[in-house]
Ligand binder design. Sequence first.
Ligand code: UDP
Length: 410
Amino acid sequence: MSKRILYIDLAPHPGGSIISLARLLQGLDRTRWRPMVALSRQNEFTGFKNMGVPVVRVRTPQWEKRTAGPVDAIRQGKAGESARKTPGVSRLWHLAGTLRYWRRDIWPVANALLPVIAEYDPALVHLNDSLPLVRHGVLAAWRARRPVLVHSRSLVAPSAYDRLLLAPRLSGMIFISQAVAQHQLQRLGAPPPYRVIPNAVDLERFATPVDRAAVRKALGVPLDAPLIGVIGRIVPWKGQRVFIEAFARLRQRRPDAVAAIVGAPDSGRGEQYRRELQHLARVLGVENSLLWLGRRSDIPQLLASFDILAHCSVEPEPFGRVIIEGMAAGTPVIASDAGGAREIVENEINGLLTPPGDAQALAAAMQRLLEDHRLRTNLQENARSSATQRYNLAAHVNAVTSFYEDILGG
Ligand code: UDP
């Protein structure tokens, strides 16, 4: 008999986490597992419905009012965390802030999840991000007495109450990279059973031949112009600033080069950052050779039209799914040498690594890749075989479902 799994992802905007979850569900053997997904009302992601997976929308009233989503709020230290870090603030004040945060942000969302759990009656609740971002789900599953698994996809530090109150309630944890595993485990004390399972890429979708000339034409980029792209949400830590600085350096040597920035801001801060980037491009004199493509759904086609995919995050990336997509598409990748990216890319073997934030090194790597055809071909071949061997969907789904079986007892 098939087992029901309730997946919960209440992030307000679609990002790599939800795309990775969609890949997992795409590969699930539906005769054995019956998925249902709970999404926040604002998240416009439609991938699950297209796969025939039922979706229930859940209200997240506090997060809906904010310009920054819960991830941003926690990154900025605004979600019941700030007082702890501010010297001189009394313990009482901190306790009051923590209680207010639980009452306003966590408890109502957990309440909204309870009827969903009751109606769907899942064998397992699978929460699609790191513990500090899914407290509502742990609370709801615990109150409903369901086994709960946390799929840790972010480098957001667990707090003392995550360690003491929530972690002991978990039946299991999945970490998407060693970087995330080390980061979370060292803060969790005695963790529940866990696995490190990297994200996977849909190889067929990315390896399907693309009419490069047609894509270039639609972009208005000559077929023989070097085209370098960066793909990701427009937020400061994704490092589009470094990308523009490196591109401006490259243009001094390669005046025919064109750059493409793919992605959209997902918060008010992101909008402001985009304006800063547009100003920077004007100051550096590259605004006319820089394409702002916004959020796109044709990533495989865009990748096939790029000569290089640059990944420029200035903070450690939990994983960096865009890197495995570039590798699967056969687009040479330059990635920031930190976090999950460093686990995916073996420097000079299946891609190039440059120090995070170093525009000069990034420009030099771009130029090298454009000029050295042998290097390009080697990296492309090795990258494709890494994508096939290490990031294939079937192995990923197997690893996750065999963990489900362990948790649920066969
Ligand atoms: N992506 C997309 N359209 C865009 C920008 C990004 O579909 O305009 C996808 C991209 O292909 C990748 C994901 O969003 O699958 C980003 O994942 P990654 O791990 O690189 O970054 P995250 O958003 O999780 O920090």
